[in-house]
Design a protein around this ligand. Structure first.
Ligand code: ATP
Length: 219
């Protein structure tokens, strides 16, 4: 079973990497594709370019064969709609292969505002990564979807191509790319929040230079 994990990865950090591995191991995924998005739909635009974010991601996962960087959203360009990406995976892998889309609990709460949320729920299983005992779904539509689709037994994910929602407790690391960019912009070190090789790559190339923590453009 393959997993998909999208994000800006601006830059990738241990928060992303540890939860990715938590889910890979817990669900025995054969592979987890990490997909940097080209242009964000619901948030500020990335600081680092697509090529730079991809290079940092590849560096971060070079020793972990179960994690694979996937550049399809970057090559497609434009706004990255999750439903389009999932459609492309379905075209490539067929309708029968179980697929899991990993989302953070915050992102999951915003699902009703995504483009074609119901299609997303049908195309793949949603793996919601959360803290233990976190409240689930305040939005009434989403709460209803959780009631209909929730499963608690990971084995059930393999019996269908998509359509289930599974809540996965993951390691809590209070790390964000925003904080890393802010530290760098202030001339402070974000060491130990992200892989050393990724930090060196970003610093040596001046990708997040002092005073550069704000986005260059918005959509
Ligand atoms: P930014 O601070 O720029 O908003 P970010 O650190 O949240 O970035 P993203 O690339 O936007 O990183 O995140 C992609 C996905 O990774 C999202 O689903 C998000 O919920 C999840 N994620 C990010 N940081 C963590 C973390 N520390 N622990 C668990 N999940 C995380």
């Amino acid at each position: 079973m393959i997993g998909l994990f999208g994000g800006t990865f601006d830059p990738v950090h241990f928060g992303h990497l540890r939860v990715a591995l938590d889910v890979v191991q817990h669900l025995s995924l054969t592979q987890l594709r990490l997909l940097p998005l080209a242009a964000a739909v619901h948030r500020r635009q990335p600081i680092a370019s697509p090529e730079q974010r991809m290079a940092m991601l590849q560096m971060a996962i070079r020793d972990e064969p179960l994690l694979v960087a996937d550049d399809r959203e970057l090559s497609r360009g434009g706004l990255s709609y999750t439903v389009d990406t999932l459609g492309a995976f379905r075209d490539e892998l067929g309708a029968e292969v179980p697929l899991c889309l990993l989302v953070g609990a915050d992102a999951f709460e915003g699902l009703p505002d995504w483009h074609r949320p119901l299609d997303i729920l049908e195309l793949v299983h949603l793996i919601v990564m959360q803290r233990p005992g976190a409240p689930r779904a305040r939005d009434p539509w989403l709460r209803d979807q959780v009631e209909q689709r929730r499963i608690d037994e990971p084995a059930a994910l393999r019996r269908r191509a998509g359509g289930h929602i599974y809540f996965q407790t993951v390691t809590q690391l209070d790390i964000s790319a925003t904080r890393i960019r802010r530290l760098l912009a202030q001339g402070l070190s974000p060491r130990y929040l992200l892989p050393e090789a990724v930090l060196s790559m970003a610093v040596d190339n001046g990708w997040y230079s002092v005073g550069d923590s704000v986005p260059r453009s918005t959509p």
